[in-house]
Design a protein around this ligand. Structure first.
Ligand SMILES: Nc1nc2c(c(=O)[nH]1)N[C@H]1C(S)=C(S)[C@@H](COP(=O)(O)O)O[C@H]1N2
Ligand SMILES: [Mo]
Length: 307
């Protein structure tokens, strides 16, 4: 991964959250063409989202930045490419198969995923391995809720995820320089942790294509690449599964990839980060600030070795 030009997004390009919401209200109540746009947005709205004690109260990263500054290499390696090239990504119909060491392996269609549990808003800090961060109001429920449905067997020690891949829908993928389908993995206890989110939306709406529609994982204490987008398959496995960025460059990207200001990337420091929209860099926090909840998962592990 290359570090993008710092600063990244000019403030003139950012629509603040309140402007975004009032614009949406205006579109929904408008006439003519505006009604069309409003109706499209309204269809994607998630109603009655619960609040979560796991949410941070930090200032949200503006909607426009969250949805136009993305890594989604299936749609190109440039930050602006996913928003442009994922526009017509076909996410209907969609299924996620949950298989492997389970008593009741099963394929879920999207409606059954959406209906499985109450969807709540989770405002998480996100830290990309490239050195930038955002605060994003995700919507979803714990991944553990889905995994429990299939009744994992004791042999299941890791969870392997696979993104959807279709070179016809993703013609930019072959220029991205990483292998596809994109794969990721978590240890079972990480996957079952209440912070690990099965995510179906952001900013009160269903996920935009460029953010991993229609369903993705969000793991806030790890570098962003662990938060795999547009998942098609989840497999309960015995051994640590391969992960895309480790396959692409094992020296630079490990399986754990916990956010850690003391373990530098071989080509750059991880001590600081730039919150998108802010000018000054801030200190990066161990486990991205979620240490109270997750540090016990790594008790006794050398985090320099298990990077
Ligand atoms: N399938 C897939 N998932 C992916 C990626 C990708 O290229 N392909 N990029 C990762 C990286 S590097 C980051 S930082 C986050 C970005 O998520 P966001 O665009 O929703 O903020 O998605 C992650 N998930
Ligand atoms: Mo990233």
């Amino acid at each position: 991964m290359l570090i993008g030009k710092a600063g990244e997004i000019r403030s003139s390009e950012i629509t603040p959250r309140d402007v975004y919401f009032s614009r949406r209200k205006f579109l929904a109540g408008g006439v003519g063409l505006a009604v069309g746009a409003g109706a499209l947005r309204a269809a994607a709205k998630l109603e009655g989202l619960g609040k979560s004690p796991f949410s941070t109260t930090e200032k949200l990263t503006p909607y426009d930045a969250v949805t136009t500054y993305n890594n989604f290499y299936e749609f190109g390696s440039g930050k602006d490419q996913p928003a442009r090239f994922a526009k017509n990504f076909q996410t209907v119909p969609w299924t996620v198969s949950v298989e492997g060491h389970a008593q009741k392996p099963r394929t879920f269609d999207l409606d059954s995923i959406l209906a499985l549990a109450p969807i709540e808003e989770r405002i998480y800090r996100m830290r990309c391995v490239e050195g930038w961060s955002m605060v994003i109001p995700w919507a979803g429920y714990p991944l553990s809720t889905l995994l429990k449905q299939v009744e994992p067997l004791s042999k299941a020690r890791y969870v392997a995820f696979q993104s959807y891949y279709n070179s016809k829908q993703m013609p930019q993928a072959r220029f991205s320089g990483i292998p596809f389908p994109y794969v990721e993995g978590l240890r079972m206890d990480e996957a079952m942790h209440p912070l690990t989110l099965l995510c179906v939306g952001l900013y009160g709406e269903r996920l935009p294509n460029q953010n991993g529609a229609p369903v993705r994982i969000v793991v806030p204490w790890k570098y962003g690449f662990k938060s795999i987008k547009s998942i098609a398959k989840i497999k309960l496995v015995e051994k640590e599964p391969p992960i895309t960025w480790n396959l692409a460059n094992p020296r630079e990207y490990g399986f754990y990839s916990n956010v850690n200001p003391k373990v530098d990337h071989p080509r750059w420091s991880q001590a600081k980060e730039r919150r998108i929209g802010e000018f000054f860099k801030r200190d990066t926090l161990l486990f991205n600030g979620y240490g109270d909840s997750v540090s016990s998962l790594y008790a006794g592990m050398d985090l320099k070795k298990y990077y």
